[in-house]
Design a protein around this ligand. Structure first.
Ligand SMILES: Nc1ncnc2c1ncn2[C@@H]1O[C@H](COP(=O)(O)OP(=O)(O)OP(=O)(O)O)[C@@H](O)[C@H]1O
Length: 516
């Protein structure tokens, strides 16, 4: 049955000469030209293609006038009041970027129905209809487990997003205040309702934690989560910046120290290590290491570590002056609380993952964690615990890590966290293990291994020039330009990539997500 055009659209113009399968120049009707805006959704109806429509988006509206030409000076420039408005004959042309063909059981589609790649260039003279209510288009789409987070800005079409493609990861980019966090909150709500499990890393504790209860989520304080010993070791070597044997000493001491602290505060056998006993000696086992379990009121966790470091460094035959330097460096570059806080960490990363799988949503409040390296360590520990679970189960887990302020975690120099996110971005899809990252900038904030693996991107006004070109390197951004972005307001995002069934950027207005 043909689309009931008069009910859902209004005729606004015709296709001009020079149209191709992807782009059609159009002329707008004088009486409707002000009603047509860039980003409007339109249907092109070619009389030669029965029950076939071309769906597209209006771009580059240009106003013309035959007399007031750009290259010719005229007297009205000096005397604009003398210009008789009756004499002026403005008209408007535009382009329609054709996104898809809509088959409605017509002969050109062999009776099939649905959205197809458009292979026809519209015949000049074809009518152009602006969609006022694009909802009927939905029935031509094939979308599995659809979610929706907003409507097309002008036609109010509730664009269904295909969650099957979530496993190819999502990026949300926009300058500060554009509404990235609210967009993600809206998506979180939809995804958890569709059965996906999410762990959200709330960098500042204000963007997601206040909404967690409403979304049926559990909040866990980052300061209670254990950092994997090997990740803690990497944190210390990054903080001290040492290399070679000195780095070995720091890392061995850090791993053994962490394991002993965890063993004494309920971690159990998992943190028993023959190797640590060997390198630190029997004496340390009996006297030294047991001291690391002292209650958190007692000061001196760093001193305990420094003592252990000395023992390890001696075993590695470091010179006494090198050992002094190493200890001094550690004292000066690693704050006391980094060691002290280990004692309060009683929640295993695996427990966090299991809670998310059981309860759908866990928000990790990172605000009480002072050190960025430690925050990164927590993310990396949780990311690796999920891999452990995958290795054990050998089946998809349907888990997403949501990382806002991703410049702190997914950047080139973000250490273990950056590497962990990149591994998920590269290899997570077959295990339904995905990431949703948000940041103000693309190229500077997100390492290439992560950003080039984002299957779907929401983007608004961008902070850095060049980021649009960067995105265009991985995604089909059609003819969206920096000028298109400049017109966007708060809550307005283009959605491009795999989750968008049109696979071409469409401008959506994100649903309202209010506090309280
Ligand atoms: N979908 C929405 N519903 C209701 N209010 C919104 C929505 N999106 C944005 N806002 C308003 O805009 C403000 C900024 O939104 P948000 O914090 O999501 O922006 P952001 O892009 O994450 O900013 P930043 O990068 O600074 O964290 C919100 O405090 C809220 O008032």
């Amino acid at each position: 049955m043909p689309i009931a055009l008069p009910r859902i659209a209004e005729e606004v113009g015709i296709v001009l000469s020079g149209a191709s399968t992807s782009m059609a120049p159009i002329a707008l009707r004088r009486d409707r030209e002000l009603r047509v805006l860039e980003e409007d959704l339109v249907l092109l109806v070619d009389p030669r293609l029965e029950n076939y429509y071309m769906l597209g988006v209006v771009r580059w509206i240009t106003r013309y006038e035959p007399f007031l030409r750009r290259s010719i000076h005229n007297i009205y420039v000096e005397h604009p009041d003398a210009l008789d408005t009756e004499v002026v004959m403005p008209f408007s042309n535009a382009y329609v970027e054709i996104y898809a063909g809509i088959c409605d059981e017509g002969p050109v589609c062999d009776g099939r129905k649905g959205l197809v790649n458009n292979v026809y260039a519209p015949t000049p003279g074809s009518k152009v209809f602006k969609l006022i209510d694009a909802e009927p288009i939905t029935k031509y789409l094939t979308v599995s487990k659809p979610i929706s987070i907003g409507v097309h800005k002008y036609s109010k079409w509730r664009l269904p997003l295909d969650t099957e493609w979530l496993n190819y990861h999502v990026g949300v980019f926009g300058a500060t205040g554009t509404g990235k966090s609210r967009l993600i909150l809206r998506m979180m709500n939809e995804l958890t309702r569709k059965g996906y499990n999410l762990i959200v890393f709330d960098h500042s504790g204000v963007d997601y934690t206040p909404f967690a209860t409403r979304l049926g989520g559990t909040v866990i304080k980052a300061s209670e989560i254990r950092i994997e010993p090997q990740i803690f070791a990497s944190i210390l070597s990054r903080l001290t910046g040492v290399q070679g044997q000195q780095r070995d000493a720091i890392e061995i001491a850090a791993m053994c120290y962490t394991m002993n602290v965890y063993k004494s505060n309920g971690g159990g056998e998992r943190y028993n290590s023959e190797e640590c006993r060997e390198i630190t000696g029997q004496k340390s086992k009996q006297q030294g290491l047991s001291r690391f379990a002292r209650s958190s009121e007692e000061p001196g966790a760093r001193d305990e570590f420094l003592e252990l470091l000395k023992t390890v460094a001696l075993r590695l035959n470091l010179r006494s002056t090198s050992i002094i330097k190493l200890r001094l460096l550690t004292r000066l570059s690693v704050p006391e609380h980094v060691f002290e806080s280990l004692k309060a960490r009683k929640i295993e990363p695996l427990e966090v993952v299991n809670t998310a799988l059981r309860e759908r949503l866990v928000v990790i409040d990172m605000s009480d964690e002072q050190d960025i390296e430690v925050k990164r360590g927590i993310l990396a520990s949780i990311a690796s615990a999920a891999w452990e679970l995958i290795a054990e189960r050998r089946e998809p887990i349907g888990l997403g890590l949501v990382v806002d302020e991703a410049q702190n975690y997914a950047c080139e120099y973000c250490g273990e966290a950056g590497r962990a996110l990149e591994t998920i971005a590269r290899e997570g899809r077959k295990w339904k293990y995905f990431i949703i990252v948000a940041s103000q900038r693309v190229a500077r904030d997100i390492r290439p291994g992560v950003r080039s693996n984002l299957g779907t991107v929401f983007f608004s006004k961008l902070q850095a020039t060049g980021d649009l070109q960067e995105l265009a390197g991985y995604l089909d951004l059609g003819r969206v330009t920096e000028a298109s972005l400049a017109m966007l307001g708060r809550r307005e995002f283009y959605v491009a990539g795999l989750m968008n069934p049109l696979r071409r950027p469409l401008l959506i207005h994100v649903d309202s997500v209010e506090e309280g």
